[in-house]
Ligand binder design. Structure first.
Ligand SMILES: Cc1ncc(COP(=O)(O)O)c(C=O)c1O
Length: 395
């Protein structure tokens, strides 16, 4: 390993949401932050150098995207995903959630229906609601510890006002990396019913060994014509603060509408984000490979620890992302007692499952993109709390 992912970096004093908002959000002090989906690791040296070098120039005027920017996105998708993206398809944007809002605004009207597959990253349904569109819930099926899509339920929920689907691929929080067959089946239903798919692929670079990310739009020309793909180097290289995501759209008519929406709000990226993206996609693949290994080891550590010491707490096998989806339902605790166990006794700041939809009740999401020593402390704390659980009233 060239990269020292064991290094503990002090993020206090950097306005890091994960740390500085922790106590206020959970109403509890002394928590280990395992919630907000960014990493506690430093970004690759090459990215730091590129940003510092740009900063040292001293003139920070309006900036356009050059060929290096477009080529780095095109080459990244070709190398990592085997997907050939055209320069014209690329629309630089701010955050992925911002893009979702712009797309919804430009392609649908108030009262239109948009499908999400819960439990899912909650800004999906919050954004739909805040824009006055109706959320249609197509919950994932959870059977024998594995999640799958419910195609029959999806077909039953579609009606003439259903316009869009927001797909999470790979899926946050359940960690599924959808197979080509699963995606194809989903896309066929959507296309047959005139529904466009926003495919949020922000986690697509973080895939565990044995699984492969399939870009939805890369499956066929027909699917590509009905797909709007959202990508970003933000999860991959810990660049969330730069807000430097991009939208990929093959369909010219749809692209024009989204472009108009971005232009009408004068959306421009900042110079540091552009430098960071170029450096990330051009020089940092070695770093990503090491990161995936490190996170995989963290995952195995949590998995083995739970199996050995707390077998009634079940880890849903993650196929991608650095977010673990942990099923506490085997403990048979009431919600307030589970919260008491996690927050007050173990003092762990994990995301509550129910925030991702009612299907997430009894689950917690744990961010493992941190030095292993932090996870070791977290698991030891959980074990101590678990052993004293007899004091907790059962459901
Ligand atoms: C699926 C998914 N989409 C989007 C985002 C946020 O992206 P951005 O910060 O670019 O809006 C996250 C962050 O956790 C996420 O998990």
């Amino acid at each position: 390993m060239v990269v020292d992912f064991d290094k503990i970096v002090n993020r206090i004093g950097t306005n890091a949401t994960k740390l500085e908002f922790l106590e206020e959000y959970f109403g509890q002090e002394g928590l280990i932050p395992l919630w907000v989906a960014d990493m506690d690791f430093e970004s690759p040296e090459e990215i730091k150098k590129a940003v510092v070098s740009r900063a040292e120039h001293g003139v920070y005027g309006y900036t356009m995207h050059d060929d290096a920017y477009y080529n780095s996105i095109i080459n990244w998708n070709l190398r990592r995903n085997g997907w050939r993206v055209e320069k014209d398809w690329i629309l630089p944007s701010l955050g992925v959630v911002t893009s979702i809002a712009f797309i919804i605004n430009s392609l649908t009207s108030e009262g239109d229906e948009i499908i999400v597959q819960t439990p899912v990253y909650y800004p999906f349904f919050k954004t739909i609601q805040s824009l006055g569109r109706k959320v249609v819930y197509n919950p994932l099926k959870y059977k024998n510890g594995k999640y799958s899509m419910d195609y029959e339920d999806l077909k039953n929920k579609i009606n003439p006002r259903t316009r869009l689907m927001v797909l999470c691929s790979p899926h946050n929080p359940v960690g599924r990396v959808w197979t080509k067959q699963e995606l194809e089946k989903l896309a066929t239903i959507c296309i047959d019913n005139g529904i466009l798919i926003i495919s949020d692929e922000i986690h697509s670079d973080l895939i565990y060994q044995g699984y492969v990310h399939t870009p939805l739009a890369g499956i066929s020309n027909k699917i590509s014509e009905s797909t709007i793909t959202l990508m970003s180097p933000s999860k991959t290289f810990n660049l969330a603060g730069f807000f430097t995501s991009y939208i990929l759209v093959q369909n010219e008519q749809i692209r024009k509408k989204i472009k108009n929406a971005l232009n009408s709000f004068s959306i421009h990226q900042n110079i540091f984000g552009i430098s960071a993206l170029n450096a990330a996609y051009s020089n940092c693949e070695y770093w990503l490979e090491e990161l995936i290994d490190y996170i995989n080891n963290n995952k195995l550590y949590v998995q083995n620890f739970l199996e050995k010491h707390m077998p009634d707490i079940r880890l849903v096998e993650p196929e991608g992302t650095y977010l673990l989806w942990i099923d506490f339902n085997g403990l048979n605790l009431k919600k307030e007692d589970l919260d008491n166990l996690i927050l007050k006794r173990a003092k762990l700041g994990m995301s509550d499952g129910a925030t991702f939809g009612e299907e997430g009740e009894g689950f917690k999401r744990m961010n493992i993109a941190c030095p292993k020593a932090v996870l070791e402390e977290a698991m030891e704390r959980l074990l101590v709390a678990y052993k004293t659980m007899n004091n907790c009233p059962q459901k």
